[in-house]
Ligand binder design. Structure first.
Ligand SMILES: Nc1ncnc2c1ncn2[C@@H]1O[C@H](COP(=O)(O)OP(=O)(O)OP(=O)(O)O)[C@@H](O)[C@H]1O
Length: 211
């Protein structure tokens, strides 16, 4: 199994005066699949965004594949190494089309093939904001598959099955847990959590091992 390891020591994240994440120590081995569960607002999204450098008010140490990120070149490496399925797609200034999202994976042909397999290939010409929630999640999953084909060793997925129908949830769980990467998936979906090697629970910004 491929993948990169993740190391966190004393990680804390603030949103202004709100301490969203506190005192996180975590080791995830290369190729491990980890479900991150917990109450709403407990800091799960903030923690994933911190790994990607999308959240700036972060202290402590985060290493992916043994490498920290400070310089723009290091952050560029981190973003290539970590495929990302966001909870809410960023609203850009211009409507982004499906095929642009797929191309942003770094492996457009593989991402398009994955979109075809997931049943959203023909929708790739449409602006993303015109897709139904489940179609959009499938498009992001296809982009993540492209990112892995392009060399990402980690997949950070934020509630990737929340908008899917039952069959879609099963299919997405199969795809997510069989990719040759380290998976950290924020989810409230028990079936997906049960398929992961470890379940971690967050409450009020702190982490504990669920099983
Ligand atoms: N942009 C923001 N500005 C201010 N506070 C924020 C912002 N984003 C998140 N927060 C706060 O940080 C805390 C953690 O939020 P976060 O989105 O990380 O939680 P979560 O565990 O992912 O929740 P959910 O399961 O509901 O998606 C919450 O108290 C939230 O209100």
């Amino acid at each position: 199994m491929g993948g990169l390891d993740i190391h966190m020591r004393g990680v804390a994240c603030r949103h202004g005066r709100v301490e969203a994440v506190a005192d996180i120590d975590l080791e995830i081995a290369a190729g491990e699949t980890v479900a991150l569960t917990g109450t709403n607002g407990s800091g799960k999204t903030t923690l994933l965004r911190a790994v990607l450098g999308l959240h700036r008010q972060v202290t402590g140490t985060i290493l992916v594949g043994g490498r920290g990120a400070t310089s723009p070149a290091e952050w560029a490496w981190r973003r290539r190494s970590c495929a990302w399925i966001p909870q809410k797609p960023a609203a850009g200034r211009f409507p982004l089309r499906g095929e642009e999202l797929l191309t942003s994976s770094g492996a457009p042909a593989e991402a398009q093939e994955a979109a075809d397999r997931l049943g959203v290939g023909p929708l790739a010409r449409r602006p993303l904001h015109t897709l139904a929630g489940g179609q959009l999640q499938r498009m992001y999953l296809a982009r993540a598959i492209g990112s892995v084909a392009a060399g990402a060793g980690v997949l950070l997925a934020d509630e990737p099955t929340a908008a899917l129908d039952f069959a879609g949830q099963e299919e997405a769980a199969d795809v997510l847990t069989s990719l040759p990467v380290t998976l950290v998936v924020v989810t409230h979906d028990r079936t997906l959590a049960e398929r992961c090697d470890r379940v971690l629970e967050m409450a009020a910004g702190r982490l504990r091992e669920g099983r």
